[in-house]
Design a protein around this ligand. Sequence first.
Ligand code: ADP
Ligand code: RBF
Ligand code: MG
Length: 201
Amino acid sequence: MRPDYAGPERGPEAPFPIKLRGPVIKGFGRGSKELGIPTANIPPEGLSAHPDLTTGIYFGYASLQHPQQDPKPETDTEPGIEIYPCVLSIGYNPFYANKTRSIEIHILHDFSADFYGSSLKLLMLGFIRPEYDYVSKESLIEDIRTDCRVAERSLRRVGWRLEDEKGWEEWLRDFGWAEGLTWKDVEKVEDKVLAKGDQKL
Ligand code: ADP
Ligand code: RBF
Ligand code: MG
């Protein structure tokens, strides 16, 4: 049996919150989506500022700003910034034996369309568990489902909610850095990340 909550009752403790950001890029295309667990990947570069961060499963909040420049993506997503709870995996997915480290964020919300190329900010607030290898895909999925429940429950505690005095929401809504980011820029980052191949990041 796994615990129902992660992190201390009163709120996040050091080294959290950890802040990352980047455009949503293509991942390994393994069909996480068909498994019911799509993950928005962002470039792992930001991790260099946190060399001691262990690989594993984390939770927190993510905000999205959908692109507004031309060419307009064929989605029915509204412009503007949205904030959601999320779970994420940072690491090598032992079940799939990846050679490069990835940051994959599963947002706890049902979207009606993809949002590749959108800008994403990630406020990591706590650690849930290490990455494991699994005997089957089904057991991996079952554990991810539990991660989602643990994250939702944990974030509902007073010390973990988005409230003005914490300054979290203010940070999550600041997309000044993404102004002028074009589809070309996003493609360049994507190519760079995918081209790293088996080089360990
Ligand atoms: P990839 O290997 O390219 O990351 P996935 O199967 O993991 O492919 O799907 C990820 C994409 O699904 C995201 O980039 C995003 O556009 C979309 N998506 C839809 N719903 C969600 C969600 N709830 N959380 C994360 N991504 C989502
Ligand atoms: N992959 C693993 O190999 N081991 C894990 O323990 C693991 N945990 C995950 C937890 C979460 C919350 C998420 C979003 C992904 C996790 N993954 C893990 C990555 C998973 O293998 C990847 O998203 C697959 O592509 C999903 O089928
Ligand atoms: Mg993904």
